[in-house]
Design a protein around this ligand. Sequence first.
Ligand SMILES: *Cc1c(COP(=O)(O)O)cnc(C)c1O
Length: 377
Amino acid sequence: MKIPQLMTPGPTAISKRVLDASAKPITNPDLDPQFYEYFKEVTNKLRTLYKTTGEVIVMSGEAILGLEAACASFIEPGDRVLCMDNGIFGNGFGDFAKMYGAEVVYFKGDYRNAIDVKALEAFLKEDAHFKLATLVHCETPSGITNPVDHICPLLHQYGILSIVDSVSALGGEPLETDLWHMDVVIGGTQKCLSAAPGLTLMSLSDQAVSQLKTRVTPYPGFYTNLSLYLDWYENKWFPYTQPISAIYQLEAAIDVILEEPLYLEKHAQMAKAIRHAFSSSGFELYPQTGHANTVTAVMVPTDIEFKTLFNTLLNHHNIMIAGSLGELNGKVFRIGHMGEGCQKETLLTCLEAMDTIIQAQIPSVSPILADAFKSYR
Ligand SMILES: *Cc1c(COP(=O)(O)O)cnc(C)c1O
């Protein structure tokens, strides 16, 4: 394989330091007491990243496992679930909830805008009889970050448990799990953490833990039963063999973030520069509000086909960007600038390549993306 420069909004490129971490020798994680101490340290680092003193869980499976496990564990048949839907992942979360027997009510938002907190307030005044709510922190397919800092405290006021998909935000967007009363926050390794795809990360508030422990109906499964992940340190027992090499890698990836005090500021700054480059060059950004710090979604210009752009970038420049999903397929292209992708040099190379392609396709346009990006401050 010829590995391209990944500018996709996950998976992101992995640094040598993080790659090397997973190549260390392993012990038997079930039997070796040292592993329990080691894993405790890793979970404490994860708590620092999440800004929580609550429980954190690491599951062996890509982040979709986390979304499904949260639905499997918290939803009992007949529960009313509020699904916040202003994007593809938000809507899909409702489908998971239904699979586990929830009665799903949608709070529909505009797909080009962040969730409107005032409208949500008005909605909840009429009907707040929900056990839990599902929502997405960053809608990766549309590049929109929702105001979880306002939404989750509001849900908390109404006693509604919040289950937040923060897979493409954790590590790249501000996140205050405890301060914002976020009950369940799901993350993954392949986005802003820039480690290999394969782990689900999750935080659980005290309220979330007590809901797990007071579930009335039997759990529908084993692998997705979150209550089995809670007392591993006390009991010196895991529900299954821990993915130790991936955990080594996770630790290194968290270290990279925690060692750099301006990590989030860098993401915010780079995102602004990218948006400036596109909007000042005549492109239309897909989001109208809620522009994400981790991914930028741009409308494909009328005189270029997405396929041409994608293939030329890949075949002639060895750079991979992403299209989008569902309705946005072919209409929107996306550049990820999270984790290892949040580097000025690689973003500049990508924009220079786009300039070349655009000029070849539309000679009347002067190539200005890279210049606009460079000159932004
Ligand atoms: C990436 C991502 C996931 C995990 O899904 P995959 O596409 O299978 O990696 C879940 N939610 C969001 C918002 C994501 O960006």
